[in-house]
Write a protein that binds this ligand. Sequence first.
Ligand code: C2E
Ligand code: CA
Ligand code: CA
Length: 618
Amino acid sequence: MLTFGLIAYEIAHDSAIEKEKHLLKGIVKVESSYLASHFKRTPSLDNLQTYLSNGVNSDHLSLLLNNNGPLLIPALMDIENHHQTFPLKKILTEKTPDGQVSIDGKLYLWVKLPISGSPYDLIHIFRSSYQISTPFSSLAARLVAVGIFILWVAVWVALIISTAVTRRLKAQNDALEHQALHDSLTDLPNRTLLHNRLEYAIKSAKRDKHQVALIMMDLDRFKEINDTLGHHIGDLLLQQVGIRLTKNLKKTDTISRFGGDEFAILLPKAELSHARLVANRIIKALHAPFQLEDSSIEIDASFGVALYPQHANDCTTLILRADVAMHLAKSTDNEFAIYDQDKDPHSLARLTLTGDLRHATEHNEMVLYYQPKVDIKTGFILGVEALMRWQHPQLGQIKPDEFIPLAEQTGMIKSLTLWSLRAAVKQCALLHQANYPITVSVNLSASILQDLQVPSQVMAILNRHNLPPRYLELEITETTIMKDPQQALDILTRLNHLGVRLSIDDFGTGYTCLSYLKQLPVDEIKIDKSFVVNMLNDENDAMIVRSIVDLAHNMGHKVTAEGVETLAILASLKEQQCDKAQGFYFSPPIPYDELEQLLASSMYGATKNIATMLRPVN
Ligand code: C2E
Ligand code: CA
Ligand code: CA
């Protein structure tokens, strides 16, 4: 551009000088013909001198020359001085009728014309308002210009080549960037890109005062699919899920593979109702079976949603909270859950509680309460169920429903369960020493059933307190068993071989398959209290209770009804030949000291060597 500018300037500059020259020629022509007409009338040289002297100034000089060369005019002018101003000598030696001279950086134009009818020439010298300041007027200068032009062309060629190279580099860069921001398996945005977009969405939402929804989605049973059908099928499934998700979302939404079988869906402008709608749409889309090579697979997924600004103000917390909601959905067997601070193990109140829970057993804050299990036929207390209580130094007594889920979510359940096993076995052994040969039941949670060390740990505890294994009963809920039926069967069989008794807790609330139930080495089935409490008012509940009693008996198991609150319920259970009962009608869960008193004061307490009877049912 600079080169073009210079050349253009030069052209304009040259033509301006030509214009001046042209003008000058015109002036000289007019003047010479004027003088010629004067010569015809023979004006005196004096007159001419005066005429010409008027044109003398520092820019313009008019002279009259003798054809033979010597200078005649102007007489009024100090010609020596004008040598300084105008390049007279140089011009007078020139043969051409006009031209230009450059002296000391100044440009002089001159025109010489004969005055017809006279022996004189008229010459005008004019100092141009332009200067030959640039060297472009000479040949060398033009060569320089050509050089610059070639250089300019070279620069352009270089520019074109470098643009092509840059374009290629950019394409490579774009590919690398894509790779860095996308998941290689599904080609969906990865965690980093989701983070960036979420940050942007929150910024916009802050400015425009709207909501942002983040949905976390996790496939159920994915590990099982991977393990049984192979990782190749697992990968194909993840790709297909990615495609279905993309089809069911808008272009402005972001769907990201967050890792493993976890996906995140960002709805940059959405309220809860919209997030719910989207989740439902995806649930429906995932319901159709996936055809992967020869296998047809059906999957379910759990969804958790968290919203800006209700649940979190920043990107990291929003992701965490959507994840907590997703785990909540999973643990409650729901497809969809909204973030709930009360159920968040990471929320401040719960964090404090979690910290406290870690020290609860060391600080002797945990105690076991016991609730009798009564033989319905005889009224004897055959055993007690150990139920944990947390005596929190500030918050008072906390019920297991509040802290057991917390312990499960934070991995503390194992040590708590081992603690309750030790405490229950120890106190049961003490009761045996006091001649109350009753059974103690301890509740086992889901994670315990995945630990192959548990059978040997149980045995070590029994040995330490010298309690025969048949006096320890382990209660495992139906849903716990069904989380991993194969593993449960394995561990329960080992425990059974040790000689401890096994009981299926909360029976009726889950879906245990009958053929599987038959294989389980259990001794007892406990009917969930939700059916028992209402069995006299609700025909459905009554029917369920009846069916469970029959089923258990047909399989050779004992049946215990929990939640027995009234004599009427107890009587009805007796009629149905239910074996054992547990509930407020007999006693609420009580501390160990009270249990000792209860055993001592009950009707058969004095005999001590047989189980004690509470209230016999007639
Ligand atoms: P669960 O095993 O079903 O325990 C029976 C629950 O029913 C106890 O609640 C008990 O107090 C309550 N209950 C007893 N009789 C009646 C009655 O007549 N009517 C009604 N409505 N309820 C009655 P609790 O002690 O609050 O325990 C709640 C749950 O916490 C237990 O349910 C059990 O699943 C869990 N849990 C308690 N202790 C432990 C423990 O040491 N380890 C584990 N893993 N879980 C425990
Ligand atoms: Ca129980
Ligand atoms: Ca129960």
